[in-house]
Design a protein around this ligand. Sequence first.
Ligand code: SF4
Length: 318
Amino acid sequence: MAAERPRVGISLCLLGEEVRHDGGHKRDRYATGVLGQHFSWVPVCPEVEVGMGTPREPVNLLRTDDGVIMRGIRTGEDWTERMQEYSDQRVESLRKDDLHGFILKKGSPSCGMARVRLYDHNNVPGHDGVGLFAQALMEQMPNLPLEEEGRLNDKPLRENFITRVYAYYRWRTLRQKDPSPGAVVEFHTAHKMLLLAHSPKHYYELGRLVAEAGTLPMDELLDGYETLFMQALAKPASLGRQVNALQHLMGYLDDSVTTEDKAELLAVIQEYRDGIVPLIAPLTLLRHHLRRIDDPWIERQVYLQPYPRELALRSFYS
Ligand code: SF4
């Protein structure tokens, strides 16, 4: 059955659970507040679930000739194999349950996505490690939107993550319904302007792929579309590409919108380009004018509202 809202994995300590090695937590206010109202959390604490207990000896990552190992910082107890085995199985079960994103705790030797402390054989730390659980997630679910809680304080990164979560949620919901080639074409049509704002290159590649929708084996079409679609949205929607998408949509305005109104809209788009107003300003005006046009193609464009309005994510200056 399709989930009623996005199912998003999260490092359990970010929800305020006292599961850290010292018995504490790392409650994240944005996750437990705003995001908690929109996502269904799937909490995971790899270190507790693998059997380390709480409180516990902290672990860190060490680079050896045979690869990266996870070891206790005092006793040197080697947890690598157990953590890798657990992570493979846990990620496999998460994959089957359908998941639409994951928020990971930064810096953790289990959960950190990047820049995790990684020691060399002289015990000197570098910052190029990846947590073992996060690594399994990235390898086994390469299309899953991932982000660390610290990076979600950056508004453009937050907007990009949430856009990807909702896009993946829509896509996976469609996939669960065993879609026809026509349904994939319809999905693509609704996302055209969003794709254009993120990556014109992928926009054209995806267009070529769906043009073959009726002739390709279905699995090939679905797998190929999912990969390219999520790669496209992982590209930041730059200011220039947002302007391009806005102007493209503006091209649909007909004579029911006066020349003065069109000039005003162009001026606001220019103000957005100049960093004087945030994206929400031209977008709101454009939506207002587009409402007068009875065009189902426009009405279906996800770009105009890619996630719930209350998240108010487009109010930053690019
Ligand atoms: S960072 Fe990950 S492993 Fe560490 S306490 Fe939080 S959820 Fe558990």
